[in-house]
Unconditional design. Structure first.
Length: 518
């Protein structure tokens, strides 16, 4: 087994069904997980649902059910979404699980033992939707002079007895962390957080007495913990904490918390401070991705533009949706989707470029060579140059993916696909068939080698279609990781086994605009 690599998504609030932003984050995390697996890492991938807090309690009350019922029903939709979108998580955590309560209470005890928790009275502007208190100075004014949080959500003046965490004590250690490591990415978020922390940290209210839907504070049973203390701890609960051997020893500190830009502060200020207080190592990196917008607008129930990601996956195919999201959005920035953009991008790149290349190659081998493989024909300069161009494209893609720059990675991959299509046009194997059949066979074998490399490279993004293609090419199921790219004799071995290419089936069909969207 390779080096451990632990990646997590945010855990979603199951107060409604998953939206396209949830799908985007889950898909991006899955691509990262699959990419690291292909690179040989021993990957652990966790996602889940964040089931406590006032937001859940209020929603359940509105629906006339208990918060536990709401959480159970809705978290199933998140599990179903992950399964539908081929999200290969190892652990799906629900914060209502007893093991999670135990883990959070142990974290609390350690913070308390370190002298970082004290009882006081809290007064402030609280936003239920954000589950956060805000400073007067941070508020903005909405319609009718209504006070709103910086996230545009309503706030209420709230007074309660509360436990406090000595966040102020960690200011210097946090600033050191940001300056000496790559803890926060991308850079725009780093700058935002630095400004916030340099502005001075105030102690944080970390318990509530006004409701009881949460993890109980040890020794102070009328208090439940602030939902963010509880939620953030999910990342270590899933590794078996408080047990510190086993998975915890192997995968902690985690490599990457992938989250959206709106919750960067919780992950880069509160979470490392809690861990420092409890004497535990902090994760290696937090990446705050951008928001996915619907033609430039945030989806919302009020605007009536909410899209069910499952409907999109059903309309266009799971792989297509995954490819579109990773290719279209510069990772870290906001991005937009529309039906036209999905159809245009995926037809141009998946159906017409790569899909067509693979389909043409396999079908010419099937028709003109009876599907047989001839690995040892002489190669000429054009063949060697193409193999080089593909190796450069695939190498560029792997490096960009390591750096989480997916759109640039897929662009490098696409350049290699274009080089192959240009080679097909220049070599014109359909003409060679009559003039120089042996040369035609060498051209087709060159193309087959390139298609295999390109397929293996893009497999983390579009796993189902690529597996279908590699099956048709006789590539063994256990030879589809990046190490297989170095196996220069695979075609020799496959030919020696007597494998022949059968009539191929396309794996990236052309898309049509759905009627209601055109
Ligand atoms: O914040 N585009 O849960 P959540 C992209 N429970 N990402 C989006 C998005 C959009 N339009 N809208 C939301 C929570 N997200 C907490 C997290 S973690 C210990 C607790 C992202 O259901 C959002 O940024 O509101 C977050 O990373 C994730 O979806 C879940 O959001």
């Amino acid at each position: 087994m390779g080096e451990p690599y632990y990646i997590t998504t945010a855990i979603s609030y199951p107060n409604g069904k998953p939206h396209i932003g949830h799908a985007y984050e889950a898909i991006a995390a899955d691509v990262i997980a699959r990419h690291h697996k292909a690179e040989g890492f021993d990957v652990r991938f966790q996602t889940g649902t964040d089931e406590h807090g006032l937001k859940m309690a209020q929603k359940a009350r509105d629906l006339g059910i208990t918060p536990a019922e709401l959480a159970a029903e809705m978290s199933q939709h998140f599990i179903d979404m992950c399964d539908k979108l081929n999200v290969s998580y190892d652990v799906f955590i629900r914060t209502t699980e007893p093991r999670h309560h135990e883990s959070v209470q142990e974290l609390w005890r350690r913070m308390e033992a370190n002298g970082d928790l004290y009882l006081d009275r809290y007064e402030g502007w609280y936003s239920v939707r954000d589950e956060a208190y805000y400073d007067e100075s941070e508020l903005i004014e909405g319609e009718g002079r209504q006070k709103l949080s910086p996230q545009n959500t309503p706030v209420e003046w709230t007074v309660e007895e509360s436990w406090f965490f000595r966040l102020s004590k960690y200011q210097d250690r946090l600033l050191d962390l940001y300056k000496s490591t790559d803890f926060i990415r991308p850079e725009s978020r780093l700058n935002e957080v630095m400004r916030f922390v340099e502005g001075g940290l105030r102690d944080l209210s970390v318990s509530r007495t006004s409701f009881d839907w949460g993890v109980k504070v040890p020794g102070s049973e009328n208090h439940v913990m602030y939902v963010w203390v509880d939620a953030l701890t999910n990342y270590i609960t899933g590794l078996g904490f408080p047990a510190e051997g086993g998975d915890f020893a192997k995968y902690w500190p985690g490599d990457l918390h992938l989250i959206g830009k709106d919750i960067v502060r919780f992950h880069t200020v509160y979470w490392p401070a809690f861990l420092m207080s409890a004497g535990l190592p902090v994760p290696k990196q937090v990446f705050g991705h951008g928001f996915l917008l619907n033609r430039g607008q945030k989806e919302s129930k009020t605007l009536g533009n909410v899209t069910d990601p499952i409907d999109l996956a059903e309309a266009y195919g799971v792989d297509t949706l995954r490819y579109f999201l990773m290719r279209e959005v510069a990772f870290g920035q906001d991005g937009s989707w529309s039906h036209e953009a999905i159809v245009t991008r995926c037809n141009a790149e998946l159906a017409n470029s790569f899909g067509n290349l693979a389909q043409r190659t396999l079908s010419m081998i099937f028709k003109n060579m009876d599907g047989t493989l001839k690995p040892s024909l002489p190669l000429d300069d054009a063949d060697v140059a193409l193999a080089d161009a593909v190796a450069v494209g695939v190498g560029g893609m792997r490096r960009a993916f390591m750096d989480l720059d997916f759109s640039a990675g897929l662009e490098a991959w696409m350049r290699a696909v274009f080089a192959c299509n240009q080679y097909v046009d220049e070599q014109a194997p359909w003409t060679l068939r009559k003039t120089d059949p042996e040369r035609m066979e060498a051209v087709l074998m060159t193309l087959l080698r390139c298609v295999r490399s390109l397929a293996i490279a893009v497999r983390p993004v579009v796993p189902t279609a690529i597996d279908k293609l590699l099956d048709q090419m006789g590539v063994a199921a256990d030879a589809r990781d990046y190490t297989a790219l170095e196996q220069s004799d695979w075609l020799e071995t496959l030919a020696a086994s007597g494998f022949t290419i059968a009539k191929p089936e396309g794996v990236f069909p052309r898309l049509e605009m759905p009627e209601e969207a055109s």
